[in-house]
Design a binder for this molecule. Structure first.
Ligand code: AMP
Ligand code: MG
Length: 313
């Protein structure tokens, strides 16, 4: 159910959960200062309780009261360059300022100032919101109101901002012993972050012994029901489905689900989750994915999402 801003504000104040557009993907929003509303988010999504939520703010002045430290070196530089925008930063917090459930009992929390006019208007009216991606846990994120309604039903309240511009989630950064780590790849490439920091942040993909720095890395993600086969060479004489590029030629019998032009990673990012969701919408059991693209910049995030989407099926 599409709702205007006034209803959205009212529902949040009443402790309800609604879907909100951001420039990355749609979020499921609840008031940070309402632990019951925060609980609802976990049950609606089917999200494991040890996977914390990102706290969304309208402006940077709201951040200080949560923090147990002075701003770490570089935070101001990062914030000036990337906020509002698709960057999330994990910081040590005063535990009494944030419900334990929202931060999965950690002594840190993840913060972001989104760059979407509707999200910003709502945040200014409601105060800080927790907002995980508006999809059932494990499924591809939602990048349109239709995606949200397909996961949560046509009666679910959605603040309608049309399709999301980035189409990929925020990049998450964490500071450890003075060094920044990318703990989830996202819409801002490590190369762009390096321009601000003066060095390339290490990427912690969670593929190591011990706990990943980002608890979300423990879980299956972005996955359609269809089994994905990631290929760099297109099988000849095949008649299956392929997530492919609009400027490439595929074998005649193949059904191409278009990701965009192979020279435009922004377009591919924008279309990615729609393409994955389309497979399930059509009831397809399987699809190839054309992975013949560079492994740098935004392409690296796209490749990471597709690898996750193809896992454990
Ligand atoms: P989503 O809710 O789908 O937007 O994903 C948010 C991601 O942020 C999840 O993978 C969480 O595990 C991660 N996250 C949230 N809070 C923290 C935190 N305090 N430390 C590390 N990762 C976090
Ligand atoms: Mg998510």
């Amino acid at each position: 159910m599409r709702i205007p801003l006034e209803n959205a504000t009212e529902l949040i104040r009443k402790g309800e959960v609604i879907a909100v557009p951001t420039e990355t993907v749609y979020g499921l929003a609840a008031a940070l200062n309402n632990p019951k509303a925060v609980e609802k988010i976990f049950s609606i999504k089917g999200r494991p309780s040890n996977n914390p939520l990102i706290i969304h703010l309208a402006q940077i002045s709201q951040l200080l009261p949560f923090l147990s430290i002075d701003y770490p070196k570089d935070l101001e530089l990062l914030a000036n360059r990337f906020w509002p925008g698709p960057l999330t930063i994990v910081l040590p917090i005063n535990e009494e300022t944030i419900p334990a459930k929202a931060r999965a009992n950690l002594a840190t929390a993840a913060f972001r100032i989104p760059n979407h006019p509707l999200a910003q208007d709502l945040l200014r009216l409601t105060g800080p919101l927790v907002m995980p991606s508006a999809n059932l846990s494990g499924k591809p994120s939602a990048t349109s109101p239709e995606h949200v309604e397909s996961d949560f039903g046509s009666d679910f309240p959605v603040l309608d901002g049309g399709p999301c511009k980035c189409g990929l989630e925020s990049t998450i950064l964490m500071n450890r012993a003075g060094k920044w780590f990318v703990i989830r790849m996202g819409a801002i490439s490590p190369e762009k972050i390096a321009q601000v920091l003066g060095y390339s942040p290490s990427i912690d993909s969670g593929n190591h012994e011990g706990a990943p720095l980002c608890p979300g890395q423990l879980y299956r993600h972005y996955a359609p029901k269809a089994k994905l086969s990631l290929v760099t060479r297109i099988p000849i004489n095949h008649d299956g489905n392929i997530l492919g590029f609009t400027d490439r030629i595929y074998p005649k019998g193949m059904k191409v689900i278009p990701l965009g032009v192979s020279s435009n990673p922004e377009e591919v990012a924008e279309n990615l989750y729609s393409a994955l969701r389309f497979l399930d919408f059509k009831g397809f059991n399987s699809a190839f994915v054309d992975m013949d693209f560079p492994n740098s910049g935004l392409w690296a995030t796209i490749a990471e999402r597709l690898k996750k989407a193809s896992q454990n099926q």
